[in-house]
Design a protein around this ligand. Structure first.
Ligand code: 3PG
Length: 394
């Protein structure tokens, strides 16, 4: 159920779970995307005359009150974005919260203190969930990026109040469904990042669903090694050789074409602008050579497959994009995917971990069909897992 299914909210309290776990440096929010994505839900509820009580976590205080992890700093930033004063309650349950909500006018907004200051949150304790539920008339989950956690504010409370998906949650679920649920085919996935070990379930799930899967980043080295290529001193999980071979075999059985690097860019020093050379796979690399990026032949092949695909799902960079020139493959592939998307030929959905940073680095995040705000939740969803915060919405 979405907010379109709710009526007559005037004066009622909507308890809205948002994800304000934002990056902060020296007390300043360095990326306010997660605040911005919550605005449509908040504004919609305000318009309907509801009192909006925002529930969120920040960092990992482990069930204790840690003053440095207070959410208070978010209230002024959110006030500025909304153009309305956002009240702040020193606790997310009990009298502190109830008093702030009582004083709120219809259409008013209050942010409640970090739910993780209470041990009951992460334990999904029914009593704590009941204390949260006591504050509201309806529950709205707009935090897809926290939906992989079965916590009281994401899961428990959804069972105690009429529960709805917020606007951002709905957009995330629609986009993810368009990418992997019922996609327009042919489909291609790009999975990069450093380690195969962190993405085993994800790779296994994707080879059963996609028509093609490009594997890049450090994790490609493990696959190249499994196929008998020398990878020199590159990051490589040699103990996962058999697992990598199994994944390749499964992909073949399921008709998923695997794209591995055809050529690579190697350097010996892990630093920006390190002396480097591009080599085709084949001749052994020296023990000091480390693969930091995919080469131009690999990118040409990848672009070719993207050009013949209708849907792309992307997680993880193809090389060490933080250190130029080892960002070249990621940037070129991202720009090409963005062009295809802008000309209406491709649905491109990206998310998880470093992916958003890599697409921002390439300057094309805004040109993709959808970029998820989620890290861990996006990965778990790509693994094919049920997300408790989504399942609880019924
Ligand atoms: C995130 O930042 O990915 C979410 O807010 C979840 O945070 P967590 O990993 O601390 O549960």
């Amino acid at each position: 159920k979405t907010l379109d299914d709710v009526s007559d909210l005037h004066g009622k309290t909507a308890l809205v779970r948002v994800d304000f776990n934002v990056p902060v440096e020296d007390g300043r929010i360095t990326d306010d995307t997660r605040l911005k994505v919550a605005l449509p839900t908040i504004e919609k509820l305000q318009k309907s005359g509801a009192k909006v009580a925002l529930l969120a976590h920040f960092d990992r205080p482990k069930g204790k009150v840690v003053p440095e992890m207070s959410l208070r700093f978010v209230a002024p930033a959110l006030s500025a974005l909304l153009g309305t004063t956002v009240a702040f309650a020193d606790d997310c349950v009990g009298a502190d919260a109830a008093d702030v909500l009582k004083l709120l006018p219809a259409g008013g907004v209050a942010l409640l203190e970090n739910v993780r200051f209470h041990a009951g949150e992460e334990k999904n304790d029914p009593d704590f969930a009941a204390q949260l539920a006591a504050l509201g008339d309806i529950y709205v989950n707009d935090a897809f990026s926290a939906a992989h956690r079965a916590h009281a504010s994401t899961e428990g409370v959804a069972k105690l109040l009429p529960a709805y998906a917020g606007e951002s949650m709905r957009r995330e679920l629609d986009a993810l469904n368009a990418a992997l649920g019922t996609p327009v085919r042919p489909t291609i996935g790009i999975v990069g990042g450093s380690k195969v070990s962190t993405k085993l379930d994800l790779l296994k799930n994707l080879v059963g669903k996609l028509d093609a899967l490009a594997i890049g980043g450090g994790m490609a080295n493990t696959f190249l090694y499994a196929q008998g290529h020398e990878v020199g001193g590159s990051l490589c999980e040699k103990d996962l050789k058999d697992t990598a071979l199994e994944i390749l075999k499964e992909a073949e059985a399921k008709g998923c074409r695997i794209l591995l690097p055809l050529d690579v860019v190697v350097a010996q020093d892990f630093k920006a602008h390190a002396a480097n050379r591009t080599v085709d796979l084949g001749p052994p690399l020296s023990a000091d050579d480390k693969i930091f990026d995919a080469g131009p032949r690999t990118v040409t092949q990848l672009k070719d497959v993207i050009a013949n695909s209708k849907t792309l799902i992307w997680n993880g960079p193809l090389g060490v994009f933080e250190l130029p020139p080892f960002d070249a493959a990621t940037v070129e592939a991202a720009k090409f995917a963005a062009e295809q998307t802008q000309s209406g030929k491709l649905v491109a959905v990206a998310g998880g971990g470093d992916t958003v940073a890599a697409l921002n680095h390439a300057g094309v995040a805004q040109d993709m069909t959808f970029v998820s705000t989620a890290g861990g939740a996006f990965l778990e969803w790509m693994e094919g897992k049920d997300l408790p915060g989504v399942s609880a919405l019924g």
